[in-house]
Write a protein that binds this ligand. Structure first.
Ligand code: AMP
Length: 527
């Protein structure tokens, strides 16, 4: 019998990425040539035309911010005119430009790149790390995405994998992967919460584990709440300290603030392991005589914690939402798994313990837990059975939910929901549409994801055009359109004529997407 193919699990993070694999019944988090198990999700374009990716690019980010792309995951699969792209354009040092069809592109050293290409370069780096470690080619991967990723974001992540020369055999949600890493092969019967506090986002997911069955009960998140908020808070405090020391306000100085944010992040991380941090920032400002002014700053952990409690408190509002959707209370959860770099903060751990009335599990590294889960799922898909220790077990059954409602715009501009948020996937639902005028041969449906009653306030996924309809008096042609969300969380649309039962031709145009030709060109070029 042929050996099953090796499948790597990749956590493609906003800030960092990680790759893991199951070998001989054990999970290995794969280190790079320097021994690092975590890579910065960054790509830097150097002056000599070469490109560096991962931790090497992190160093470039400090010296060459204009040509170093980070946080591509925040931008992938979004419209150029979306709020996220607007915010990023104002705050990121690199250039984001509008491409055809409302697609955002990054412009570096006179070249334009799509976000799937940037993420593809990060995935290529993870593939290379795995291949070097394993001494052979790897072509298959399970890649994780945030639970709240829309259809377009998932599609674009899959495309990034393809560009990296990977066959993405499954896209799974990060919290589900974390739950697998926590509970697979342990024969648990428990309700657990995955508390994921990263660099820019917070997510909470409630799951039920019944031996090999992992069922997501509810999920909620805040895409503007993360480690970055602590950095900003601390940087503002530093500005205040500077004013106090020198009587000079630097509020409008963007460069000084970006320097302070860098330092603030370091101070924040230091305070996770030390009780006090001291920094000296040279030449932060200039007084009216032209003298350079430094900032001497020190802070202890308790003071920092006190200043940031409200940020952590905001995560519990999101937890309340997820728990109430699950019909549960915080203290009825059997286990809490921490994911993401921000959960290293003692303040966060302390407040999480208070909120849930129990200590969170700290057995698994919060930076590696998602990649470990992806590797377990990959092994299970390819080999059918795996368990820590090498014993044979059935593959896990992941019962995930769709994070956003899916629906179509009505004539009056409202939003008709076809699949509600938190419905288990795969799932499907149908609606019948009729023609509104005589001999109408086509119908266009605008498809959205989101929760607002007004269609336009949601994320537009695209348009479905039903064409070549039978010519008939108005209202006589009835087309049943089925919206299906598959195991990757991706949308599939099909349609049929209700009277004749004949499949109806449908053209799906992804909004803010690439055309088929553009994708073909990108694939030909690779990354
Ligand atoms: P992630 O998106 O999971 O990679 O998390 C990145 C965030 O975690 C960034 O805001 C980091 O500053 C933060 N982070 C990483 N390590 C630590 C640490 N030791 N203490 C506090 N925050 C950390």
């Amino acid at each position: 019998m042929a050996e099953p193919e090796r499948v790597i699990g990749i956590d493609l993070g906003t800030t960092n990425s990680c790759v893991a694999i199951v070998m001989n019944g054990a999970v290995h988090v794969i280190p790079d040539e320097m021994g690092a198990k975590i890579q910065a999700s960054m790509v830097s374009f150097l002056a000599d035309g070469s490109v560096v990716v991962g931790n090497e690019a992190r160093h470039e980010q400090i010296v060459d911010p204009l040509n170093t792309i980070y946080s591509a995951k925040r931008l992938i699969g979004r419209h150029y005119s979306s709020r996220e792209i607007k915010t990023a354009s104002q705050s990121f040092p690199y250039k984001i430009v509008k491409g055809k069809n409302n697609v955002p592109l990054v412009e570096v050293r006179g070249e334009r790149y799509g976000l799937p290409e940037i993420s593809g370069m990060v995935l290529r780096r993870m593939k290379d790390i795995a291949e070097r470690y394993l001494g052979g080619t790897v072509t298959k991967a399970v890649v994780t995405v945030p639970a709240n990723f829309s259809d377009t974001q998932r599609q674009m992540t899959k495309l990034a994998g393809q560009l990296a020369g990977l066959d993405v055999i499954r896209v799974i949600n990060e919290p589900t992967a974390a739950a697998l890493a926590y509970g697979y092969g342990r024969g648990l019967k428990a309700t657990i919460a995955i508390y994921d506090f990263g660099g820019g986002t917070f997510d909470i997911t409630v799951l039920q584990i019944r031996d090999q069955v992992f069922e997501v009960v509810s999920t909620a998140g805040d895409t503007y709440l993360g480690g970055d908020d602590f950095d900003t808070r601390l940087a503002r405090y530093m500005l205040h300290a500077f004013k106090h020391q020198h009587g000079l306000a630097l509020e409008g100085d963007a460069f000084a603030f970006s320097r302070l944010k860098h330092v603030a992040e370091k101070v924040k991380c230091e305070l996770s392991s030390k009780s006090r941090a001291v920094v000296n920032i040279s030449e932060l400002g200039v007084d009216e005589k032209g003298n350079h002014l430094d900032l001497k700053f020190q802070i202890d952990r308790d003071d920092f914690s006190e200043r940031c409690q409200d940020i952590v408190q905001r995560t519990f509002l999101v937890c309340d939402d997820a728990l109430s959707q699950a019909g549960m209370r915080a203290d009825s959860v059997d286990g809490v798994v921490l994911v993401g770099g921000t959960t290293r903060m003692p303040l966060v751990r302390h407040m999480v313990t208070e909120y849930f009335g129990r200590e969170a599990s700290t057995d698994i590294n919060p930076d590696e837990v998602v990649a470990i889960g992806a590797a377990i799922q990959g092994a299970a898909l390819e080999q059918d059975h795996f368990a820590p220790g090498g014993s044979r077990r059935p593959a896990p059954l992941l019962l995930d939910v769709t994070p956003m409602s899916l629906g179509v715009q009505t004539v009056s501009g409202y939003y008709d929901v076809l699949i509600h948020r938190n419905t288990s996937i795969p799932c499907e639902n149908s609606r019948t549409f009729t023609t509104g005028i005589e001999d109408q041969t086509s119908v266009r449906l605008q498809v959205y994801q989101g929760e607002s009653r007004v269609a336009a306030e949601n994320i537009k996924l695209g348009e479905v055009e039903l064409y070549g309809l039978r010519a008939a008096p108005r209202g006589q042609v009835e087309i049943e359109v089925t919206f299906e969300i598959d195991t990757d969380g991706l949308l599939i649309v099909s349609a049929k004529d209700r009277e004749t039962g004949v499949a109806q031709a449908a053209h799906i145009e992804v909004s803010a997407g690439y055309t088929a030709e553009e994708i073909a060109l990108m694939l030909e070029r690779g990354v």
